[in-house]
Design a protein around this ligand. Structure first.
Ligand code: V0V
Ligand code: CO
Length: 140
């Protein structure tokens, strides 16, 4: 079902500071920046490699407000890994296959994600404490 790790999402208080840190430390390049109002984030994608069906990235996330998912996470747990996102060929199909196994979906339908992707989240409590995102990259 999973083709690759699409990205690891990192919760940050200061996006510009963490872009500087990650790009300098790991010699990565920012390939996209976006404000996603629906998800309550300002984010940047740092490219690592190209894989089956799309690339893999580090996603740096700064909350747009304290009551957004990343804002609440920062208040409760501080900065660090927020979610793991897996690349799938068809996000709607993966959602129904996974939901049939009893895992709660946080989205009823795919949402707009970074770089034209379609995304959906799974409840962390049903996946061993890991907030899990499914990503369908746009067709080239
Ligand atoms: C909360 N919990 C987590 C967690 N956030 N566990 C692991 N990883 C996280 N990131 C735990 C929390 O500690 C609670 O555990 C439990 O889940 C339920 O928390 P809650 O207080 O009921 O719920 P909230 O209000 O904190 O919401 C948590 C969820 C929310 C996961 C439901 O953050 C959500 O809907 N996330 C999906 C959307 C999202 O994260 N968007 C931002 C990334 P205890 O205390 O009960 O044990 S946007 C993105 O990635 C984009 C755009 C992209 O990739 O393109
Ligand atoms: Co993400």
């Amino acid at each position: 079902m999973f083709m690759r790790i699409d990205h690891i999402g990192i919760a940050c208080r200061d996006l510009e500071e963490k872009i500087e840190l990650f790009s300098r430390t790991f010699e990565l390049t920012v390939v996209a920046r976006e404000v996603n109002e629906e998800q309550g984030v300002k984010e940047a994608m740092l490219h690592i490699a190209d894989g089956e069906g799309g690339g893999s990235y580090i996603q740096l996330l700064e909350p747009l407000s304290d009551d957004s998912p990343v804002g609440k996470f920062l208040a409760r747990r501080g900065e660090g890994v927020h979610h793991v996102a897996f690349g799938v060929a068809d996000v709607a199909e993966a959602m129904s296959t996974i939901s049939e196994k009893g895992v709660r979906l946080l989205d009823e339908r795919p949402r707009h994600g970074s770089m034209g992707s379609e995304i959906a989240f799974l409840h962390p409590k049903d996946v061993g404490g890991m907030l899990t995102e499914l990503v369908q990259a746009p067709k080239p």
